[in-house]
Design a binder for this molecule. Structure first.
Ligand SMILES: O=P(O)(O)OC[C@H]1O[C@H](OP(=O)(O)OP(=O)(O)O)[C@H](O)[C@@H]1O
Ligand SMILES: O=c1cc[nH]c(=O)[nH]1
Ligand SMILES: [Mg+2]
Length: 225
């Protein structure tokens, strides 16, 4: 078990997750390596979610040599992954390697950077496009976004994702880098969500960027400024 229970979140502590995050934090890591790093991190996080939160069942197998008992992960058909456009796209590509049969939802939600943060440290969020699958009671829902900064985007996204839906068995908010303020905001807004992250960073700067963080994940992955 390499998901470590913290008061504010569960940390994904796999050594390769930390190694990969360190590479993409580096300002010298260019677009292709950055994007591939996010894909790799998504895959590792997916494996860690399976290892830490999903059950296995015994199955009987006939090998070419003999009959034996093996184990199979339960519930891989009951996984829903929500891609928060746009920075989550490579992260989700990696998650899909762990959950190839997941149902997928897409939501385009972005901070209004011009409006800036209000006195509560919150951004107005613009939601442009929402296409979400049905959520059932037996589902494990993973809402993925590599960056959880003020938590404004994720709080808005979760409202859309959960509205009118059944309560899923597991609801995970998965990020690579989180700021303490964002974790608190999302935990307050949606206490039933389990917050999973590879790192909890120090603070947010005056523009709501995570410090030390990794900069603007969307811009670095998509080569925009
Ligand atoms: O916790 P918050 O303060 O809301 O910030 C986090 C959000 O900011 C980034 O997206 P951004 O708005 O830059 O969009 P992008 O993915 O298109 O770059 C990131 O991918 C999150 O969605
Ligand atoms: O540090 C941050 C904050 C929001 N979005 C990012 O991509 N990075
Ligand atoms: Mg961005």
């Amino acid at each position: 078990m390499t998901i470590e229970d913290r008061d504010d979140a569960y940390l994904i502590t796999h050594a390769l997750a930390k190694d990969t995050l360190s590479k993409i934090r580096d300002a010298d890591t260019e677009q292709v390596a950055f994007r591939k790093g996010l894909v790799k991190l998504g895959r590792i996080c997916g494996y860690e979610i399976i290892d830490g939160a999903m059950e296995t069942e015994y199955v009987s197998i006939e090998t070419p040599m003999a009959e034996t008992t093996g184990e199979r992960v339960k519930g891989l058909d009951d996984v829903v992954i929500i891609n928060v456009l746009r920075a989550a796209t490579p992260f989700v590509e990696g998650l899909l390697k762990a959950f190839p049969r997941a149902k997928q939802g897409v939501i385009s939600a972005g901070r209004d950077e011009e409006a800036g943060m209000n006195d509560d440290g919150e951004f107005p969020i613009t939601v442009d496009y929402v296409k979400l699958p049905e959520i059932r009671e037996q589902d494990t829902v993973i809402v993925a976004d590599p960056m959880l900064a003020t938590g404004s985007t994720m709080s808005a996204v979760l409202e859309y994702v959960l509205e009118g839906q059944a309560t899923p068995e597991n609801l995970f908010v998965l990020s690579a880098v989180s700021a303490p303020a964002g974790l608190l905001r999302v935990a307050d807004a949606v206490p039933e969500a389990d917050l999973l992250t590879v790192a909890i960073d120090d603070h947010l700067d005056e523009n709501g960027f995570i410090v030390p963080g990794l900069g603007d994940a969307g811009d670095r992955a998509f080569r925009t400024t």
